[in-house]
Design a protein around this ligand. Sequence first.
Ligand code: ADE
Length: 231
Amino acid sequence: MMRIDIISAVPELLKGPLDHSIVGRARKSGKAEIVVHDLRTYSTDKHGKVDDYPFGGGAGLVMTPQPVFDCIGSLRQVRKYQEVIFPTPDAPILDQQTVNKLSLHENIIILCGHYKGIDQRIRDELVTMEISIGDYVLSGGELPAMVLVDSMVRLLPGVLGDAESALDDSFQDGLLSPPVYTRPASFRGLGVPEILTSGNHERIRVWREEKALERTREVRPDLYGNFINKK
Ligand code: ADE
């Protein structure tokens, strides 16, 4: 059982993705406990303000330390957290290996930043890990937090059935996934590779491996290079 505490000034953004599909199911069946905390409720400001103008000038507002220190402080009084993760574009890019490791933790906090950034003292004193989900800028940390949650929760024991095993995912073996097909075998004149309906499991395995290599070489030469060098 993994517990994830998410701190956000816009908790409404997190509702849908946490309540449905695989993550929603994992929560309902008690395999993941995910709690969202509204940062505004921790603000000592009478209007619930959580941001302010940057010292030295510049555009945009910066998240203030007080609500974040109080929120994380009160969470830490109840349980011990292995990581306090801050999604931000100026961080190492998240990959499957990192997700695999994180999914083994018992308790983690994800702190969603908003506006132009968060006061550096929060990063220096409270954040233990920073991740980016890619080289582009989003308006806040909520969507990256959902990306991280989904990628971790699907790895928890019992969350995916055997049929959807995460071991088959793209990246788990360093390669992209091969193409998949389902019924009907002929659709608007479009067929399915004959081998997949042959019932020959060994030939199917080899075909999938070839296709995975081919696709990785075409669209992700960087991954392909790593894979070949490792062998
Ligand atoms: N916050 C804004 N953009 C982000 C990104 N690309 N990754 C993680 N957090 C972010």
